[in-house]
Write a protein that binds this ligand. Structure first.
Ligand code: NCD
Length: 327
């Protein structure tokens, strides 16, 4: 695996499967009464958030703490960034603190790449979402969730998503989650179809390794997982669809549409959800929707990523940490 995690497109199949398998071990730790491993004791992880986040920030923090790392949380609001401090000066400050890993979310696509290749810091850089570019750990936790739901928790290690049909629906244009998922899921052997209004399909999508459709109802019966994307109004500088009602009618998932999916198929959403827009409350709260599971799986995936990038000095999960063997 590379030293940084900037893009899902950088991951080979072996890298991706190693992360998923390591996350499976980490998930077992989450079932123990004491959810902590000593693996990253003495290491410092900085969460550098220039953009709002609930799930991703909390989950990276929980992951680092479960591995016993020291965690510094930095959010641009309330810091010297609001006084105009540059990414470079912020990075130099982190370096002075001895950061072993920097988890960065930034509104500018490419900011994590800049940080990783600038020479400003020595630590590993993990992209927690950059502009409309990529969000690799989200794609990993999505793949992990699909693998558990579609292949089964006892499928053992090494399994990928070969031949599974995944449909990603909605605001693809502004979605770093969609970009990262298309790369990762195809690397894992899945077949991906994007469904969106023509105005929300990115220019150049022909070069992406996936199909594009404008007809949700025809794709649903052939899907093993349907990932609904949030309509990202904060990134929209123009009218991309006539009305919210019209959007929901053509591209939203309601109970009636969900009934067209095969029985085993799941509904996914990275959150935050616009209930009533891309997904109805009925679907969001149904047992087929994995949104909450995705959050829990996010901690295991981020533990695996931090562990693998920081090359923990001890095995990820040691036998003597098992509570029953400590008795
Ligand atoms: C996504 C993000 O921030 O890119 N959310 C997340 O990380 N859970 C998707 C979104 O904001 O819609």
């Amino acid at each position: 695996m590379k030293r940084h995690l900037i893009s899902a497109a950088d991951l080979t199949r072996d890298d991706a499967v190693l992360i998923l398998d390591t996350a499976e071990e980490m998930a077992r730790v989450a079932d123990r009464p004491i959810k902590k491993l000593p693996t990253l004791r003495g290491r410092t992880v900085v969460n550098l958030f220039f953009e709002d986040s609930t799930r991703t920030r909390i989950s990276f923090e929980a992951a680092a703490k479960r591995l016993s790392a020291d965690v510094i949380n930095f959010s641009a609001k309330g810091s010297s960034v609001s006084k105009g401090e540059s990414l470079k000066d912020t990075a130099l400050t982190l370096e002075a603190m001895g950061a072993d890993a920097v988890v960065i979310r930034h509104h500018a696509s490419g900011a994590p790449y800049r940080l990783a290749n600038s020479g400003w810091i020595d630590g590993a850089v993990v992209n927690a979402g950059d502009g409309t570019h990529e969000h690799p750990t989200q794609a990993l936790l999505d793949a992990f969730t699909m693998r558990r739901r579609l292949v089964g928790p006892d499928a053992g290690t090494g399994h990928d998503l070969a031949g599974r049909r995944i449909t990603i629906v909605g605001d693809v244009l502004h979605s770093r989650v969609a970009r990262s998922n298309v790369h990762l899921l195809t690397t894992l052997g899945a077949e991906v179809t994007l469904v969106a209004p023509p105005t929300l399909v990115p220019v150049g999508v022909e070069t992406w390794p996936c199909e594009v459709s404008y007809d949700l109802d025809s794709v649903l019966p052939k899907s093993d997982a349907v990932m609904m994307l949030r309509v990202q109004r904060e990134r929209m500088n123009a009218a991309f669809f006539p009305t919210e009602r019209e959007y929901a009618r053509r591209y939203g998932l309601d109970g009636e549409r969900m009934a067209r999916m095969p029985e085993h198929a799941v509904v996914m959403h990275p959150g935050p959800m616009n209930r009533g827009m891309e997904i109805t409350a009925e679907v969001a709260d149904s047992g087929r929707c994995t949104a909450v599971e995705q959050v829990a799986n996010g901690v295991s995936i981020r533990m695996a990523v931090l562990y693998l990038l920081l090359g923990g000095s001890e095995p990820a999960v040691t036998n003597n940490a098992r509570p029953e063997e400590n008795k």
